[in-house]
Write a protein of this length. Sequence first.
Length: 424
Amino acid sequence: MVLGVGIYRFELNPSAEGEIEPEFNLIASQAAQDAAISDLKSLISLNDLFAIFYNHTTGASAKKQDADEKNYFVGRLKDTPYKVISYYRQEVDQTQYLAISFFKLDEDAELFEGLVRSLGAKLDAQYLRLAQGNLKDIKFVTNIKETMEGDIKFTLFQIARLSNLDKIQKIALIYASPERARTLEILREGPVSRVALGYDLEKLRANPNIDIILKPFLELNIVRRDWAHGVKDSKTGILQGEGEFIFLTKDVALVRKPPASIISQVKKDPRISAKYNEELKVFYDNYDPFADLDAESRGLARYLLDPDIFDFLGLLREKYFPMEKIPKITSEFASSKEVLEGLRDGGIVTYVRDTATRQDWIVLLAEIIPLVIYPEYLGSRIRDRVAEKNVEIDDTDVKAPLTVEVAQRQLELLETTYGDKIQF
């Protein structure tokens, strides 16, 4: 659950004697509608504010960061029981800002990073206005505060819409997250211990939360978790291969398919049927999702995780519309035109012109569907990874040899789950 967003300006407050009294001034904020919070200041201590500020300004929160990543921080607070996504900005006048989104600890905050980044882009424009404007003009400052709070309100609204995902969106969630995409990549090579997975994901994010990363995998029932007792090395007496392991039982992806319902409707419409069928043929004659299935899934995931686009696609699966009569089903904050242009550029919809009236129709070109695969390929990979007798196993390496116990458990799970179906 999201609790709210606060925008802080860092101020040094130098005195006449040359001393400074640094503070974070809350210049704009909004609490989530159902959060029942009257004051965002109670969500975070001054110590945590300074800790987040330090992470941003020194890059201490990650081993490797590019300039953009350094501006964002995802983590939990020490003094209060909340998670945060924060965005840092230093403006041209050297003023420094923190925009902090607050979440409950059990919330998958990483899911909303895209929305927080969109908010950051909007806030940048307001920070620049503050840097270039007259801060003594109350009307000017009030206008910026109201604009910021409107942008926050929209972000909170989008987060609320994205909090209840259906199953195909959970597949999208796997591909939209670098940590989850990497987890799927690892599991395609065989079972992995929780410890080794954690070490590997540390390369992408400091202190990864394995339970949250695995959440959509478990909800889709495409992985299983089990405990391995391990084996004792006869020479050293060291127990190897003990601990919790994660096993892949189904592989998933996202692909496009021709929209059967729309094709059937357009077939009866002489105004656009010939042109639409021509565009369909050209598109699918050149479409090969298996050339790079992961890249295709990542590209399609962003459409499914944008609430406005997801709702719009639901409408377009049922009916096609003339351009000037597109229903307004997107939120009050979104532009239907921008949503449509993004879908057209991505090869999801097409504009078909009626040559007689010169009227453009918006027609679905591709329906995004889930692809569930039985990972038969794991059989040979498991056999190749079984550890020989007395071979040392590195419990921190995702590519480490597998004990006979773990290998057998993977093969058993593949056999027992063969007939399992995921209902969408």
